[in-house]
Design a protein around this ligand. Structure first.
Ligand SMILES: Nc1ncnc2c1ncn2[C@@H]1O[C@H](COP(=O)(O)OP(=O)(O)OP(=O)(O)O)[C@@H](O)[C@H]1O
Ligand SMILES: [Mg+2]
Length: 422
């Protein structure tokens, strides 16, 4: 391509500037090479196909993260299988490591901690990218006092908190995705960059060199680059085995984003009257944002059509993970009646727009024993409560909730920065 201008070249990738996107976003093409390195490139091999395995794994991971609402530099796959398109970033020279299980370098730096020790919460560590000094571990204070500034973004305390929170969230959603495939995510390394607009985003790559993955939690089955580091001698047979692992990881990560037909989580919104439509729509809209794709809207009345209301709830007792939101004005018979006649979790979101709301609410709160429904005061909170229950079984909903919460944290930091850019 005549329009390509190479702006960077590292051990495994070349970066080319390409024409900006329609919205003026500066873009780069990231092209991988078949090179595999370890121990700061003291061990180096050419592995035919590695560039494609690595790029496709990165594409799978970033498509998943983008779907969840994680801020990333990744834009789309490229025309060639060893290329992808990303926002051009100035890279923050820190490696952010999240650990669930103690192994590797952590054990050397922390004598006395046994291999296999589980970090709850995750352990987040930071290392300054400095090949000449073997990437020394840095404290928050060292990062702060480096006074990094990229594209007018000062890396202050809030930015450091933010990147730690993002590292934690990225690990947790990748851990969930790996768990659905029967594998334990042990630890992971990520990097952040600053876009031309000053936004901090997850950048570089996340591929099979970025993490440790143990099928069934068994270290001996490790699928990642550690296999290469652990080789006493790099033989042809070992490289064949390694290629199989990298290809396997490429194929497995394709399932991080499940097919729509494999997403079972279901939300049933039942309202007592057609007049409740605005509340139904509000709950459905938010449920969609949280990644609940199966939303059913029904009208039924526990007072007027009691036996049909019981038939209706029985329809949804088919073993599919389902949460019910009940929206009713005046006396809420609907939620309590459906709740005491089904095993599905029922959340009342009473239509409290009437003058009598303060009295009406008691019909959603004070129940006979054995009913067990919960009550929130508006439809959007009901949708979030439903999403949280469904997220126990669905890693997409889990991730959407987590990154929504994180985006709220980001807004607090941005607001604070306007007053106090430290
Ligand atoms: N979206 C991006 N915009 C600009 N530069 C990027 C982007 N993503 C990655 N890079 C940079 O491209 C360079 C080449 O990548 P590569 O991984 O090959 O480098 P490396 O040899 O590992 O060196 P480094 O220690 O800098 O990562 C790196 O400096 C990386 O930070
Ligand atoms: Mg690199």
């Amino acid at each position: 391509m005549a329009t390509e201008e190479r702006i960077n070249e590292g051990k495994t990738k070349e970066i080319f500037r390409i024409p900006p996107g329609d919205d003026g976003t500066k873009l780069v093409l990231v092209r991988s090479r078949d090179t595999l390195t370890a121990f700061n490139a003291k061990r180096k091999d050419e592995v035919d196909g590695k560039a494609v395995f690595a790029t496709q794994t990165t594409i799978n991971v970033f498509n998943y993260l983008n779907d969840l609402g994680c801020p990333t530099a990744f834009v789309r796959a490229g025309d060639k299988e060893n290329e992808f398109i990303a926002q051009e970033c100035l890279m923050i020279p820190i490696e952010w490591v999240a650990r669930r299980i103690a192994t590797g370098s952590f054990l050397k730096r922390n004598p006395g901690v046994p291999e296999g020790y589980t970090f709850k919460p995750l352990k987040i560590e930071t290392f300054f990218k400095d090949d000449a000094n073997d990437d020394p571990q840095w404290s928050d204070e060292q990062i702060l006092n480096a006074k990094f500034e990229f594209n007018n973004r000062k890396i202050g305390k809030n930015e450091i908190y933010w990147m730690k929170r993002l590292t934690d969230a990225v690990f947790r959603v990748l851990e969930k995705a790996w768990r659905t495939l029967g594998c334990a995510l042990v630890d992971m390394k990520v990097e952040f960059g600053v876009t031309s607009k000053g936004q901090i985003v997850l950048a570089d790559v996340i591929d099979n060199d970025s993490w440790r993955v143990w099928p069934g939690g068994d270290k001996r089955l490790q699928l990642d680059k550690q296999f290469y580091r652990d080789l006493n001698e790099v033989t042809g047979d070992a490289l064949v085995e390694l290629k199989k692992n990298y290809h396997k990881v490429q194929i497995l990560t394709e399932d991080f984003l499940p097919r729509p037909e494999d997403r079972k989580a279901r939300l049933l919104i039942v309202a007592g009257s057609g007049a409740d439509k605005p509340f139904i729509d509000e709950a459905a809209l938010l449920a969609g944002k949280y990644g609940i794709t199966n939303v059913f809207r029904r009208i039924s009345s526990a007072h007027k059509s009691t036996s049909e209301a019981l038939d209706l709830i029985a329809e949804y007792e088919d073993g599919t993970p389902t949460v019910v939101i009940c929206i009713a004005g005046r006396s809420n018979g609907l939620g309590p009646v459906l709740s005491s006649n089904s095993t599905l979790p029922v959340i009342n979101a009473p239509n409290n727009s009437a003058d009598w709301a303060a009295q009406d609410i008691w019909s959603s709160l004070r129940m006979p024993t054995g009913v067990g429904c919960t009550t929130v005061l508006n439809s959007s909170e009901a949708a979030l409560a439903a999403a949280k229950i469904l997220s126990l079984n669905d890693h997409i909903i889990f991730g959407r909730i987590l990154f929504t919460q994180l985006s709220n944290v980001g807004k607090v930091f941005e607001a604070d920065n306007l007053f106090n850019n430290n």
